[in-house]
Design a protein around this ligand. Structure first.
Ligand SMILES: [Zn+2]
Length: 303
């Protein structure tokens, strides 16, 4: 109830209670609709701007993205962290989902990203404007976010739209450096390969009863522009192999990926497989690497 509508006599009683609510993590209760609503909205749909309602993943970590693009909100009474933003046209859907949880987008303190392709960060400038949040990134990703494109030696340079509205990165992170907001902690791990600035995030999102341990592993697929041969770029190949090797050994209890389908998130939401799976990161890394090695072998045999 807005304070303006509270009768003066009652306000004296209500005010201390409100202060207690906003200060105490135990009373911090964003409300997500049942996950069945998301499953229904996204049945047979995986469009990047197909609207999906928000859903709670675990602890204070919420899915606030679309049917085809993951956006994660890590909430706390002291402020929130948002990872990824969806394409530009879906940014209003993300803001609406944050509000639907009963939270104020202006309480988002940090905007982070998996990788700087327009389907994941196209909406970041709009979200920065709406939230007033700061953007933090590892140096390689910061260059991509601030230029609105991947580097000219990136295998996908020229393949994808590289007209992303740029954002100013206000905090350069070191690999493994932890951002803290309230009880929540989030740590970037450089996992280059899909882009040079590809970043995976280790998330501890704490609610009143438990802390969710989630790995947000970046895309590890390896599309490339026409005519690009990975076998001509041994440094990129080595970098990719190091990146997936890091994903494989992340402290994985619950895997989430930038496209929900990459890790069958909605199928797990539906109960077809356990939501939490300690082997999830390892399997994801191994299957991505196997596809990459297959591509390399085809390149070699085509020589
Ligand atoms: Zn991508």
């Amino acid at each position: 109830m807005p304070m303006g509508r509270v009768m003066f006599g009652k306000a004296l009683l209500v005010l201390p209670a409100l202060l207690l609510v906003s200060a105490s993590p135990t009373h911090f209760t964003p409300t997500a609709p049942p996950v069945t609503q998301l499953l229904k909205a996204c049945d047979q749909k995986d469009g990047w701007a197909d609207p999906a309602p928000p859903a709670r993943i675990d602890g204070q970590v919420y899915y606030v993205g679309t049917c085809g693009i993951t956006v994660l909100l890590i909430a706390s009474p002291q402020g929130h962290i948002l990872i990824d933003s969806s394409p530009a046209e879906a940014a209003p859907l993300v803001l609406a989902n944050i509000r639907r949880l009963g939270l104020d987008p202006r309480d988002v303190k940090w905007l982070l990203a998996s990788h700087a392709h327009f389907d994941h960060v196209g909406g970041m400038a709009a979200l920065q404007f709406a939230t007033g949040a700061q953007v933090a990134a590892l140096p390689a990703q910061a260059r991509e976010l601030e230029s609105g494109t991947v580097a000219s030696d990136d295998p996908q340079f020229g393949l994808i739209d590289h007209g992303i509205r740029t954002v100013k990165v206000t905090r350069l992170l070191r690999d493994g450096e932890t951002i803290r907001v309230g009880l929540n902690r989030i740590t970037p791990i450089a996992t280059p390969g899909h882009t040079r600035g590809s970043t995976s995030w280790v998330i501890r999102g704490c609610g009143a009863r438990n802390c969710a341990a989630i790995v947000y592993a970046d895309s590890a697929s390896t599309p490339a522009a026409d005519g690009y041969r990975f076998s001509d770029h041994p440094a990129w190949v080595a970098q990719y192999r190091r990146g997936v090797a890091r994903i494989a050994v992340l402290p994985c209890s619950l895997l989430v990926t930038p496209h929900p389908g990459q890790s069958a998130l909605f199928e797990r939401f539906a109960g077809d497989a356990p939501l939490a799976d300690k082997e999830g990161c390892k399997r994801y890394a191994e299957s991505s690497l196997a596809k990459f090695e297959e591509r390399l072998a085809k390149e070699r045999s085509a020589k």
